[in-house]
Design a protein around this ligand. Structure first.
Ligand code: HT9
Ligand code: FE2
Length: 421
């Protein structure tokens, strides 16, 4: 999270272990579970379909979250899990811990995922879809391993995963895929359980709709608060997302598609922001994409500008009010509560700017229904041209392309739901 400095202690690309201290899965069978594999082949497939357009009889949905601490005693063990393999001493972790300490050591993220799970179950029931939802986290209890053991006990062998993360990058896509492979290896289920994953949903209407409503309502609220506010000059819409190391950004998305600086990660955010401004009927209002929550050593370049630096510039160009849109986030977790509602809103106050922060999708009915649509797309094998996507970049891949979202700093780990590099 913001203003921390968590460089590793220097060991270059250390051998990574899972949070549970086991070695990663061997590659071949891991790739086969993605459906991208040639039957009988011993080497991972080098090519395969972008979209799976054959129906698949899934047994259950795997809701994969980030995980967060739920009490003061959980905080350091949780941070050790998140930073596992980077050799960061506990004293440095305490710097990050103070955000969590401030909220009694409780991240809201697990409760938000419990609520999302319940909302998904209700929507599935409403539509008569008989797919149970199993929830597991990358970094905290209930872990992905627990979810897979539970799936196995219930006799489920084909799982369709939803990761609570919308865009393409190492942290927001590939790391989930790697952790699926690790969890199958840890639980000894790599031979029996198949995990596929729904496409990244940054431009799915269900994810975008809540932001469209949020921008519309946020602007109306500012116009109420500041009489005579000039929309074309007085307001700035700041689309905020998690900063990532520039090297990760450059590697985000399939290697063969040139997305320019910031890679697919920045391109997807820019494209969605444009759609939101158009659909909210606010194309006359100035906007920009800004980044938050950087960590790592200052010597390492991360995506910029930082939201607080961007805010500081606004009074100089005549802005009196700001709409902050947490475009990179699916729920009001710590990054939103601390880095936006605490730090960014404080920056606005310091610079004399009226500000509103619009809601994240959370359990918005459109978002929940959209996630169910994404699952049904895979159950039914929906043809590419029938898949909704609000930007020209999508509909994104069901099966990630070779080398997609690789992490050059941490090195290669096998991943599910993709084709081998
Ligand atoms: C793109 C992105 C998302 C959005 C996509 C998604 O939603 O998945 C995201 C989400 C989240 N990140 C979270 C927490 C943390 N992220 C960390 C570290 C990092 N995140 C990164 C990126 C992202 N992170 C990166 C590049 C690092 C540096 C690691 C490295 O060098 O490779 C650290 C370690 C300390 C630090 O470095 O600050 C923590 C504690 C929580 C939980 C919040 C809660 O508890 O409510 C959530 C949802
Ligand atoms: Fe993070």
């Amino acid at each position: 999270m913001a203003a921390t400095n968590l460089g590793s202690t220097g060991a270059a690309a250390p051998e990574r272990e899972s949070a549970r201290g086991r070695k990663p899965a061997p590659a071949a069978e891991a790739y086969c579970a993605s459906g991208a594999c040639v039957p009988g082949a011993t080497e991972p497939a080098q090519s395969g379909p972008e979209h799976v357009t054959e129906p698949v009889a899934y047994d259950a949905i795997l809701l994969a979250g980030f995980g967060g601490p739920e009490g003061q005693d959980d905080v350091i063990p949780f941070l050790r899990n998140v930073t596992s393999g980077r050799g960061i001493p506990d004293e440095r972790l305490e710097e990050v811990a103070h955000h969590y300490r401030h909220f009694d050591g409780i991240s809201p993220i697990n409760q938000q995922n419990r609520e999302l799970k319940a909302a998904l179950e209700a929507e599935l029931a409403r539509r008569g879809v008989e797919l149970p939802v199993i929830w597991g986290n990358r970094n905290w209890d209930p872990y992905l391993n627990d979810a897979l053991n539970q799936a196995n006990e219930r006799g489920f062998t084909k799982l369709i995963a939803i990761a609570t993360s919308a865009y393409s990058s190492y942290s927001s896509c590939r790391q989930y895929r790697e952790d699926f492979a690790d969890a199958l290896a840890d639980t000894g289920l790599a031979e029996t359980v198949q995990i596929d994953k729904v496409r990244q949903f940054f431009d799915h209407p269900g994810f975008v709709q809540p932001f469209i409503e949020g921008v519309r309502d946020g602007l109306a609220e500012l116009e109420r608060r500041v009489p005579g506010l000039d929309r074309t000059n007085g307001i700035e819409v700041l689309f905020a997302t998690h900063s990532i190391p520039s090297t990760d950004a450059a590697k985000s998305g399939p290697a063969e598609r040139g997305f320019g600086e910031g890679g697919a990660y920045a391109a997807q955010h820019r494209a969605v922001a444009e759609v939101v401004m158009r659909e909210a009927g606010t194309s006359d209002v100035p906007w920009q994409l800004v980044y938050q929550s950087r960590s790592g050593p200052p010597s390492m370049p991360w995506l910029e500008p930082d939201i607080n630096d961007a805010i500081a510039e606004l009074p100089g160009v005549g802005r009196k009010a700001v709409v902050i849109v947490p475009l990179g986030f699916v729920s009001d977790h710590m990054e939103v509560l601390w880095d936006l509602d605490n730090e960014a809103l404080e920056s606005c106050e310091e610079h004399g700017l009226e500000a509103v922060r619009v809601p994240t999708p959370g359990t918005h009915p459109a978002y929940v229904a959209g996630l169910v649509d994404l699952v049904l797309e895979r159950v039914n094998g929906t043809p590419t041209e029938e898949r909704p996507a609000m930007t020209e970049l999508g509909p994104w891949y069901d099966v990630c392309r070779p080398g997609c979202c690789e992490n050059v700093r941490l090195g290669f780990r096998p991943a599910l739901a993709g084709i081998a590099p």
